[in-house]
Write a protein that binds this ligand. Structure first.
Ligand code: AMP
Length: 224
């Protein structure tokens, strides 16, 4: 089976995490969401968490050397041998270069960069109503995708909370950071013929069908 080495790109709130939940089921890929990894580290008060906390609270990127090590460790593991889905990494050109270098070292290459696009006002609307479960980061929205019981995760029964950095001022800052540091990556991957664009304003199921069909084609092409 050919590898699927994938990254998800897009502004916060575009639906990357929601799509990832579905793609992981479809393609049985290990999923590494750097935001989730960092939030877990903050909760555990590990050294990584202590290094990342202040940056995350402000909506800034944590330093490259901190996050690159986290990702390199993951894609080096046996479970990621046949592929992976990275969400939230790379977030700037330096991280993209580090990922290239690591994949090269492993004799692998990226299959595709999946860009889920969404306008700022849509992002703000989504993030202000977003809720996440404390146990496994399952995602909900108070209006568009509410849980069956208010404040409780349907999948694992844990409590739903609003992320600190989903408050409006921090969201605006995160969008600026995305525009300045992360969005240039779309051009970079486009120039390499690796970028696939998806309209995050479409219904979740439609976006999912579109991504799944795109990946099925990519997998078939790489088998030829
Ligand atoms: P996310 O859940 O992807 O929105 O990430 C939440 C926060 O974690 C970001 O606002 C950053 O502070 C931090 N973070 C996640 N991934 C990265 C990364 N690749 N580089 C730097 N900081 C990151």
């Amino acid at each position: 089976m050919p590898q699927l080495n994938l990254i998800l790109l897009g502004p916060p709130g575009a639906g990357k995490g929601t799509q990832a939940e579905r793609l992981v089921d479809d393609f049985d890929l290990p999923y590494y969401a750097t935001g989730d990894i960092l939030r877990a580290a903050v909760k555990e008060e590990s050294e990584l968490g202590r290094k990342a906390n202040e940056y995350m609270d402000r909506g800034d990127l944590v330093p490259d050397e901190v996050i690159i090590e986290v990702v390199v460790d993951r894609i080096d593991q046996t479970e990621a041998e046949d592929g992976f889905l990275l969400d939230g990494f790379p977030r700037n050109v330096e991280q993209a270069e580090a990922l290239d270098g690591e994949l090269k070292r492993l004799g692998r290459e990226l299959t595709a960069a999946l860009l889920i696009e969404a306008a700022d006002d849509e992002v703000i609307r989504r993030l202000s109503g977003r809720r996440v479960c404390v146990k496994n980061s399952h995602l909900y929205h108070v209006d568009f995708d509410p849980p069956k019981r208010e404040g409780v995760c349907d999948q694992d029964g844990s409590k739903l909370i609003q992320r600190d950095d989903d408050h409006p001022d921090t969201v605006k800052h995160r969008l600026e950071v995305y525009r300045e540091q992360t969005s240039p990556l779309a051009d970079l991957y486009d120039a390499r013929g690796m970028l696939r664009r998806f309209d995050g304003a479409r219904p979740t199921t439609e976006v999912h069908d579109h991504i799944r069909a795109t990946l099925a084609v990519l997998r078939r092409e790489s088998e030829l």
